[in-house]
Write a protein that binds this ligand. Sequence first.
Ligand code: HEC
Length: 165
Amino acid sequence: MFRIAAAALALFASTVALAAGPQRPADTDLVNLGRYLVKTTGCNDCHTPGYAPSAGATPPEAQWLTGDAMGLQGPWGTTYPSNLRLVMQTLSEAQWLERARQPMRPPMPWFALRDMSDTDLKAIYAFVRAAGPAGQPAPAYAPPGVAVKTPVVRWPSPPPTTASK
Ligand code: HEC
């Protein structure tokens, strides 16, 4: 009887754990909050090659946000997801808050950064800075009509117009 009760209790506990799901780390735990936000707000989808196709299984965190040499091409020209591990090294936290809220070229969802709280932006900064520099800079932006040497993905339809950098 005791064993059945213990088993039922264990099952209940694991169900509760599952139902609760991942928790947002505390606002004071900046590095872990940053990791959580990078995972859940899509930054890795474009800035970390292989992350989206593997549903986040690869590459290891040490290679996250190192940018992509696969061009994203559309009416705006060809853009490359920046190497944020290098970009962040050049910015103070105050400069990051300013940069993060400026328009960027498509298909970067810059408005997602614009609409984030200061705490969330600071958390992303803390996480990326703690990870340190890695990888190579992404290739330079090419305006419309300029040929590029890298592979490209044609973006199916233009996202909303944004100002250029
Ligand atoms: C749909 C693909 C996509 C997603 C998702 C995405 N980015 Fe980007 N990001 C880009 C591209 C492409 C560029 C380069 C834009 C340009 O050339 O102006 C960029 C540029 C940037 C820049 C400018 C860096 C510099 O060179 O100054 C920052 C900062 C940035 N992204 C942060 C993020 C963060 C943080 C997230 C997650 C919230 C994110 N991005 C999600 C595609 C993406």
